[in-house]
Write a new protein. Structure first.
Length: 219
């Protein structure tokens, strides 16, 4: 329920003039926010989907906690010449994946918003249980129980034990991804032993939490 202040259709073909205007608007918005202490901090969230419904919320309706970019990340996005540069140079998308998704009918939109009413915390492992308490209480309990493991174990080690890369599952088409048992929905998590592996898979599949390095928002 945060206020969306600026939106860019990242993969939409636009004239160079319109693209420059949009990027200038973003730069002005960031400058205004940084120079006015009374202004709430700005955050960014990239959404993608095939229909307008995918962009009605800052996150899919099934996800109540997601990762967003804080003011520093937003400034890095504003340095890019266009949305494609944002995706590949800052957000870590492989060029081939972007092209593949667009050919499949997906669109990417970057939303810039303030923290009017969302619960936003820096995405550290210590802050994570608080964000999960209300929407996913059982997951919050599991994160607290396995905190020592999460603090000392890189994500690659979890992937090696599970036998697959989390991003390979996340990049599947939506219908295939949600049907895939490797995609740890909350229902699958509740039915699991809730081990550190199960919990880590849930955090990535359902909360975008590949690493705790950006801001996180719960609604």
């Amino acid at each position: 329920s945060s206020r969306v202040l600026w939106t860019l259709a990242v993969t939409q073909l636009e004239s160079p003039q319109r693209r420059r205007r949009l990027m200038a608007e973003l730069a002005d918005l960031i400058k205004f926010s940084s120079e006015n202490q009374s202004q709430k901090p700005l955050y960014a969230r990239l959404c993608n989907g095939r229909c307008e419904e995918a962009f009605e919320w800052l996150c899919p309706r099934e996800r109540l906690v997601v990762m967003v970019m804080g003011p520093d990340g937003l400034s890095a996005l504003a340095q890019q010449p266009n949305g494609y540069g944002m995706l590949t140079n800052v957000l870590g998308f492989l060029p081939g994946l972007v092209i593949k998704r667009v050919r499949e009918g997906y669109r990417f939109k970057l939303h810039v918003f303030d923290s009017s009413s969302a619960l936003i915390r820096e995405a550290t492992w210590r802050n994570l249980p608080e964000l999960l308490d209300a929407p996913y209480p059982e997951a919050a309990e599991a994160v607290r129980a396995h905190m020592d493991v999460f603090l000392t174990t890189p994500v690659e080690e979890f992937e090696q034990k599970l036998g697959y890369r989390f991003r390979d599952v996340d990049h599947l088409p939506d219908a295939q991804k949600w049907a895939d048992p490797r995609f740890m929905t909350y229902e699958r998590f509740l039915a699991s032993p809730r081990s550190s592996l199960d919990t880590r898979a849930f955090l990535i599949s359902h909360c975008d939490c590949l690493s705790c390095s950006m801001a996180m928002v719960g609604r």
